[in-house]
Design a protein around this ligand. Structure first.
Ligand code: K7E
Ligand code: CUA
Length: 655
């Protein structure tokens, strides 16, 4: 076995070298990664015109989400989610800091992998997009009217929240599975006692259909495998959820060898409707827990954090008919279900072939109790009984599969650096195109729904190398856009992405853009520190706290001269932007503030804390070029010694 691994490792290295060299040679030769003559036209979006699709790319280690247009590949926005974002002050302003509260304290970073857009009836509805925080297990919800993160819920009993965040077809649940199994509850125990003692929690988070509010409905306590990716059933398989596993060996060291011993790992098939009934009828065990639930309110412009103290756990062996294992070769990564819900594809990273399971056969095997033993009390189905077919030797290192809704599947191959199009049902390979280089996920807009918009495929590549002008040792990752409307995939465009996009979610632009919010109504602003008229602007002292209630409108702050602040004070700038117009934020920056600026949207209130350390007269200014007199949008705070008797005073336009 060690030998096999070594061969694989060598292959990886050779593949890297070969594809790199080929890139230089193949430029311009059609079908080899070069461009067909009309490719430029197909991606050209004329000045002032809009793209046809939105694409939301996860940021990986940036912790955020970036928004692009397709087919142009233009980046429109970075939405901060799990990471502090100085560009807008997200996670720096007092209003947004609670978004990062966790049971570990303030955690202003994460590793985000899998965005998924809400659905109704198996179709993308464009209400929300969800994404996972992998490192400190969390799920975030982003409102697609405002493109702002509005909720983050932490997951107890989870570690490496990777088989997440995928959405059932009416957004009943956003599902999050643990990659690393851990002791549950956490305790001090020898690592070598992992096997049989650690647990893998699969969390089913319900979503309120009106408000979008998340809540952990139950956690399924599975055996201590690694739950890598997951996918909901669709259409006929709606009500089921599928999770790939690796390390069914339950190894805890030298994983690259020890977790690759078994010829087959499993796809876990979970009938969540059965479990839902079970818990609705009082099943499950309440377990003490401690996890943060953070919610941002658009009316108060304020995030609040609540620590939840309990979670409902379910032992899968207590719910007959709820969980089954489908043997799947060989350390499968991607777990994908086609739009009809019939085919469940497990991409065995170390397997020569692609394994496709049949949902119908699975039900049949379950009904006839054709089991091949069990693992920790969970029935294992026979491989042959659930197999729909195999795609023979399609490439090396399969990772993920997407669907075009026309009966075709597109699988990415990391090692052989290619995308392979194949036919569901006949399993024949129809086309293959090289990618530059080493693709992770692919994405077809709507590909996770019953109705993919099968026009484009985006490859998210891990290695960029010679594709762009060099920028030192690190290059941005590169996406490649393919036209998949014809029989053959056609490469149209390379474009850089930000962070490490693992996965992306795409949607037709017209579904979202009509709902996009243009500004917040000042009259609806319920922030407790809001200043709704300039006449109410003021400065108040409470002990050593100074609260400045400030307003902004083109092109001044009210007040703009403030005196009576002292060294040792803690100064809160509560700033309300009085603009009521599309795309007119004002910024706010204070010299020496130990955080970032604020970018305050029209109608919004944001608060920045500044602790003056030095006596003097210190300026602040607007950071966003908002008008012809933007450069005049500035003011001063006079800071007196700590023991000074200086009274507070403030003014605008007076001498
Ligand atoms: Cu394959 Cu995190 Cu979905 Cu990366 S994962 S590629
Ligand atoms: Cu306000 Cu510049």
């Amino acid at each position: 076995m060690k030998k096999a691994i070594n061969i694989l490792v060598s292959l990886v290295m050779v593949a890297g070298l070969v594809s790199c060299n080929n890139g230089e040679n193949k430029k311009g030769s059609k079908g080899q990664g070069g461009l067909a003559t009309n490719a430029a036209e197909k991606v050209y979006v004329a000045p002032g015109e809009h793209d046809e699709y939105y694409a939301f790319f996860s940021g990986g280690y940036s912790g955020n989400l970036t928004v692009y247009g397709l087919p142009s590949g233009r980046m429109f926005k970075e939405i901060p989610v799990f990471s502090q974002f100085p560009t807008s002050g997200y996670g720096y302003s007092e209003e947004t800091k609670p978004m990062f509260n966790t049971s570990f304290g303030f955690v202003p970073w994460d590793d985000s992998h899998h965005p998924d857009i809400s659905q109704t009836g198996g179709k993308l509805d464009g209400r929300w997009i969800f994404i996972n925080g992998n490192n400190t297990p969390r799920i975030a919800r982003i409102d697609l009217e405002t493109f702002e993160t509005v909720e983050i819920i932490e997951l107890p009993n989870s570690a490496g929240n990777h088989s997440s965040s995928f959405i059932t077809e009416n957004t009943e649940y956003v599902v999050a599975g643990t990659r690393f199994s851990v002791p549950v509850p956490q305790r001090d125990m020898p690592i070598k006692d992992y096997k049989g003692n650690f647990k893998g929690a699969l969390s089913f988070i319900s979503v309120d259909q009106e408000t979008g509010r998340m809540g952990i409905k139950f956690q399924l306590m599975m055996p201590g495998f690694n739950y890598d990716l997951s996918h909901p059933g669709r259409d006929k398989s709606h009500g089921w959820f599928f999770f790939t596993t690796y390390n069914t060996e339950e190894a805890n060291t030298l994983m690259e060898v020890n977790s690759s011993q078994n010829d087959k790992d499993f796809i876990a098939a979970v009938n969540w409707k059965v479990i839902e009934d079970y818990v609705n009828n009082g099943g499950g065990t309440k377990m003490p827990a401690n996890y943060a639930h953070n919610v941002y309110d658009h009316d108060t412009h304020l995030a609040t954090s609540t620590m939840e103290k309990e979670v409902l756990t379910v032992d899968p062996t207590k719910v007959p008919g709820a969980v089954f294992f489908l043997p799947t070769p060989k350390s499968p990564h991607g777990c994908d279900v086609d739009p009809t819900g019939e085919y469940i594809i497990g991409n065995g990273k170390l397997s020569a072939d692609l394994t496709v399971h049949s949902f119908t056969k699975m039900l049949d095997a379950i009904e006839n109790k054709k089991f091949d033993g069990e693992a920790y009390g969970i029935p294992i189905l026979k491989f042959e009984d659930v197999l729909a077919g195999t795609v023979k030797q399609p490439g090396l290192g399969p990772l993920h599969t997407e669907f075009d809704g026309k009966g075709n599947a597109y699988t990415t191959f990391f090692i052989s650096s290619e995308v392979v199009k194949w036919k569901l049902g006949t399993w024949e390979v129809l086309d293959r195109q090289p990618v530059f280089y080493s693709v992770g996920h692919g994405m077809i807009p709507g590909g996770n729904s019953r109705e993919p918009f099968g026009k484009y495929f985006v490859a998210m590549n891990k290695i960029t190398k010679d594709r762009y002008l060099p920028t030192g040792p690190e290059l941005e990752h590169s996406a490649q856009l393919f036209d998949i409307s014809g029989d053959k995939m056609e490469l149209l465009l390379d474009f850089p992405t930000h962070g490490e996009p693992h996965y992306a979610a795409g949607i037709r632009a017209d579904i979202l853009k009509k709902n996009s919010k243009q500004f917040y109504k000042l009259a609806d602003n319920k922030n407790p520190y809001a200043t709704l008229s300039e006449a109410d602007a003021r400065v108040e002292r409470k002990g050593n706290e100074v609260h400045i209630y400030m307003t902004t409108i083109r092109s001044h702050f009210t007040p703009d001269n403030i005196e009576g602040v002292k060294v040792g004070d803690k100064v809160f700038f509560h700033i309300t932007n009085h603009e009521q117009d599309f795309d007119v934020p004002h910024g706010f920056a204070m010299i020496g503030a130990n955080n970032a600026e604020l970018l305050i949207m029209p109608g919004q209130t944001k608060t920045l804390v500044w602790e003056p350390k030095q006596v003097g007269v210190w300026p602040f200014y607007c950071t966003d070029f908002c008008s012809a007199l933007h450069q005049e949008m500035q003011g001063y705070v006079r800071v007196s010694p700590a023991n000074s008797n200086m009274e507070l005073s403030w003014s605008l336009g007076e001498d």
